[in-house]
Design a protein around this ligand. Structure first.
Ligand SMILES: *[C@@H]1O[C@H](CO)[C@@H](O)[C@H](O)[C@H]1NC(C)=O
Ligand SMILES: *[C@@H]1O[C@H](CO)[C@@H](O)[C@H](O)[C@H]1NC(C)=O
Ligand SMILES: *[C@@H]1O[C@H](CO)[C@@H](O)[C@H](O)[C@H]1NC(C)=O
Ligand SMILES: [Zn+2]
Length: 431
């Protein structure tokens, strides 16, 4: 407003001025109401649907944050006030999270060292977190318990072990993880195990060691089917995906992976695999990490919705889920900065003409279907008790008990070639 106009305005008679202000106020009020109605009708519908059907997210790394920040001392952290993470209790509430797989993750450099102990520690911190906040979290181990916890207004809490290195090539450890409540295992993290290849094989940064699944890897798949543990194919090589999809009796999940066609990152799922996942009744839970969404350091909510649209187009809405990867990644899309934003993404799908049943399926219906199928294939027949062949162990810290090797002579024959070369070198140098 210029000084001239200001002067004119103040020359208007007081009563007229008042009426004009009133009219302007009413106009502005109506404008606000109308705009927010058209913006918010999707958001309101999203919230309504999320109160009827649980949003079940496939992967959250809050337990890793608890280890990194507090060395798992829950006495030193208040999850109602925790700052600097993508996840805390107020954000979970605002995000209307109905069910969450908490990741029991230990990095690949623990493989052949203390990966089993580290994984146990992460399982323990998840269980203790649920115990510390019983009004917020309810630990669950079945699809029925999951649904009941949601009906009681709790965040149904499940455990996923991220990486086959966590079981140290050992079925007993796998079975006991199930007993402790673990309901999925990602077959590899970003490293091969002695029995399965990881996605880095597809980039050329790792060498294929098992050509997908080894024979022992196949036994692990069947044992997971028998236990009723969900098989997670995030992080594995495409050949491993194919081997598992062919072998597994129960449907599988990708707990946190996006669509390769939209971002050619080898962590994502190619279209031809999406089609097999659909055939087998499995799901892909979309990862929000910028690098997997746009193959760059920047992305927004709409880019993530594109992945939902793409997977829906290729494999149908029955093949979808959410797998945000919060607190496990650093770059998240504008509009999806933390776990409080899920309803905004759901609103975007509604804006894109997804109907109610499609949205509800993606929220949690599809996951529950997979979980029920996995439970159906569960069997009480006795488990596979054949250990991994001694020469495939690779873990030099393992003793040889059970294989008829002496305890302190338990180094697997993987060392043999190295010893032979050393002896040869010594001989050569001395002669
Ligand atoms: C999101 O980012 C894309 C580019 O990746 C851009 O085309 C689009 O306009 C952005 N959308 C919003 C809502 O910011
Ligand atoms: C929603 O869309 C699916 C197909 O994607 C269709 O089978 C279903 O009938 C639709 N439901 C409603 C309520 O329109
Ligand atoms: C498995 O369960 C069925 C029925 O519940 C029972 O008849 C059968 O004996 C059980 N088998 C084993 C190996 O426990
Ligand atoms: Zn991961």
């Amino acid at each position: 407003m210029t000084a001239q106009e200001n002067k004119k305005f103040s020359q208007v008679k007081p009563e007229t001025q008042l009426t004009m202000i009133k009219k302007m106020r009413i106009f502005l009020f109506l404008l606000c109401v109308c705009t927010s109605y058209s913006v918010d009708q999707y958001r309101q519908l999203a919230e309504k649907l999320m109160k009827e059907t649980p949003l079940i997210d496939g992967h959250n790394d809050l337990p890793w944050q608890l280890l990194q920040r507090y060395n798992n001392q829950l006495s030193k952290v208040d999850l109602n006030k925790l700052e600097g993470t993508h996840t805390n209790i107020p954000k979970l509430k605002a995000g209307l999270i109905g069910g969450q797989f908490w990741s029991a993750y230990t990095p690949c450099d623990s493989q052949y060292k203390d990966s089993v102990r580290q994984t146990l520690e992460q399982i323990d911190v998840i269980l203790r977190m649920c115990e510390k906040y019983p009004n917020i979290f309810q630990f669950v181990g079945s699809s029925t318990e999951l649904t009941n916890a949601f009906r009681q207004g709790k965040v149904a809490s499940l455990i996923g072990v991220e990486g086959g290195h966590s079981i140290d090539s050992n079925m007993a450890t796998l079975r006991l993880f199930y007993q402790l409540g673990v309901r999925y295992m990602t077959l590899t993290h970003s490293c091969n195990t002695p029995w399965a290849d990881n996605w880095l094989v597809d980039t050329g940064n790792d060498i294929s060691e098992s050509n997908g699944l080894s024979e022992y890897g196949k036994k692990i798949i069947l044992e997971m089917n028998r236990l009723g543990m969900i098989i997670d194919l995030a992080h594995v090589s495409v050949k491993t995906m194919r081997d598992v999809l062919q072998l597994s009796k129960a449907p599988v999940i990708f707990s946190h992976s996006s669509a390769y066609a939209l971002c050619k990152h080898k962590r994502n799922v190619p279209d031809e695999i999406l089609k097999i996942v659909k055939e087998k009744g499995g799901i892909v839970m979309v990862n929000f990490y910028n690098e997997y969404v746009t193959c760059s350091s920047a992305a927004n909510l709409s880019d993530v919705a594109d992945h939902f649209d793409h997977i829906k187009k290729i494999a149908g809405y029955e093949t979808l889920g959410f797998g945000g990867d919060y607190d496990g990644v650093t770059g998240l899309p504008t509009g999806l900065e933390d776990v409080s934003h899920y309803p905004d993404l759901v609103a975007e799908l509604l804006r894109r003409k997804w109907n109610k049943s499609e949205v509800k399926a993606a929220l949690g219906g599809n996951f529950i279907r997979v979980f029920e199928q996995v439970e159906k294939f569960k069997s009480n027949s006795s488990g596979d008790d054949e250990p991994i062949p001694y020469e495939q162990i690779k873990n030099q810290c393992r003793t040889g008990y059970g294989y008829g090797k002496q305890a302190n002579n338990g180094n697997p024959p993987v060392l043999l070639p190295a010893v032979v070369i050393l002896v040869y070198l010594a001989h050569y140098l001395l002669v």
